[in-house]
Design a protein around this ligand. Structure first.
Ligand code: URA
Length: 473
């Protein structure tokens, strides 16, 4: 019999290491006694040396699930995980088997842990404890989590409160963040924490944002379960607020409408500016686009990719957004989709160097997967924000014809999101009346797996480019 006692701090790593070794040595679940600091397995277990029997490979989805489940309170969690991992070894499809009872129990535990983490993020209340003249402000919070969620949730607080020292004390494990360093310690008894001025400010804020006309007691209690109330200063005021709500709501309904706040004019001016057109000098446009922060895409992209080509081109070609290679090089349509476009354009007699080439969205949108950046289609809000620049480019270049490639370009140019397959080959209009010939996006051709479908779509794409050439002849 083997024995594995998991520490209270660093549990996830310890379980992963132990499970890997047991699996590599071919140790069956029934031959292991798992335990933690509270439920250490009996002394009959032995720590017999393990002989690895080869490499183990574990699906990523299991690793992710296990990294949450280990923080659950169920004393059987380590054994349950290992038993499932053992089965998974010969049946990798199990991770997607919705009917599997072991998996559904583990998924439920994972969900419980996530919910507990969410509650911790929402209900930890810090009180200031530091000296007034200390170089960093210092805070402490007492919290009673349902599961062992201090360690996996601490990073959230590090990101939020990196410029101050803080500690989250719990009966289970405590997290301490001091001078930028996070450490974990054993749990402790509830300490006495002073009330502080920011607490009064928070209570006032909480009472002010409470809208008596929208009170839903059940939803409120399920979102903020009572067991957390005792450590939340604002909770003492909730019963009174609930009791007063009907009278306050009636009074609100009877009161005369209030005047818009003084800052309304400023907000309206900002909104108007948002919908107006860019009106800088033409040579300032590329730098203005490059500095764009109108939507969050600029935060993750390497750079904005500005359109390129003659500023008096008859033809403007609009794609979706820069891809991985465009994002790195700063030029539109240089990656695989651009190369395919170039090839077909030559066949169609379209001279790319005489066209102005740009995108509906100027920043690359992606999600990281390992070392790769996987393209994500821009949403309507991102397309709307970037239309400001597309309109400015159209106004500067004044093309006779715009070739819109793909659904995003079509949406950016016409405001309509309808399916591109039904619209391709037809001419629509930009808001300023410029004709917009719609076609497929070259990356759509690249993605089609079926040879015949790919050949058909390529022929349609080529025909649309030929139409563009004819329209400008
Ligand atoms: N796809 C696009 O839509 N634009 C580019 O610049 C590259 C790929």
């Amino acid at each position: 019999m083997h024995r594995a006692v998991m520490p209270q701090i660093g549990t996830a790593q310890a379980w992963r290491d132990a499970a890997r070794q047991f699996l590599a040595a071919g140790i069956r679940p029934e031959d292991i006694l798992w335990g933690d600091a509270n439920t250490a397995p009996d002394l009959f277990g032995t720590d017999a040396p393990l002989r690895p029997n080869g490499q183990v490979s574990v699906p990523r989805s299991f690793v992710s699930m296990a990294s949450s489940v280990v923080w659950h309170g169920d004393p059987e969690r380590f054994a349950r995980l290992y038993t499932f991992l053992w089965r998974l070894k010969d049946a990798p499809h199990l991770m997607t088997d919705r009917g599997d009872r072991d998996l559904s129990r583990l998924r439920q535990m994972e969900k419980n842990v996530h919910r507990c983490q969410h509650k911790m993020k929402a209900f930890v209340r810090f009180r200031e404890i530091g000296e007034a003249d200390a170089p960093r402000r210092s805070f402490a919070a007492w919290f009673e989590p349902t599961y062992h969620t201090v360690e996996p949730t601490a990073d959230f607080f590090v990101r939020r409160f990196s410029d101050m020292d803080w500690r989250i004390l719990t009966p289970d494990v405590s997290a301490v963040f001091e001078n930028g360093k996070l450490s974990f310690h054993e749990g402790q008894e509830k300490p006495h924490l002073p009330e502080d001025a920011s607490e009064q400010l928070w209570i006032t804020y909480f009472q002010n944002i409470f809208n008596p006309a929208r009170l839903m007691v059940k939803a409120m209690q399920s979102e903020m379960p009572k067991k957390y109330w005792k450590n939340m200063p604002e909770a003492a005021f909730i019963p009174r607020m609930i009791a007063d709500a009907p009278a306050r709501a009636r009074a609100m309904a009877q009161a005369a409408p209030s005047l818009p706040p003084a800052r309304m004019a400023q907000v309206q001016a900002q909104l108007a500016a948002h919908h107006s057109a860019w009106d800088g000098p033409s040579d300032a446009l590329p730098a203005a686009i490059a500095a764009c922060t109108r939507c969050p895409l600029h935060c993750t992209a390497t750079q904005a990719v500005v359109g390129e080509g003659p500023m008096d081109a008859d033809l403007m070609i609009v794609g979706e957004q820069p891809g991985d290679q465009e994002d790195l090089s700063g030029r539109p349509f240089v990656g695989p989709a651009g190369q395919l476009f170039d090839q077909i354009a030559v066949q169609a007699g379209l001279d790319r160097s005489r066209a102005y080439v740009t995108n509906a969205v100027k920043h690359f949108k992606f999600t990281p997967r390992g070392k790769k950046r996987i393209h994500q289609r821009p949403n309507t809000s991102e397309i709307d924000h970037c239309r400001w620049w597309l309109d400015a480019e159209v106004a500067q270049v004044k093309p006779k014809l715009i070739l819109g490639m793909g659904a995003t370009a079509a949406e950016g140019l016409t405001g309509r999101r309808d399916a591109i397959l039904a619209r391709r080959g037809k001419v629509e209009e930009a808001p300023d009346g410029t004709p917009v010939l719609l076609t497929l996006h070259p990356s759509y051709l690249l993605r089609l797996p079926d040879r015949a479908a790919k050949a058909d779509a390529t022929a349609q794409f080529r025909a649309d480019l030929e139409t563009a050439v004819r329209m400008l002849a």
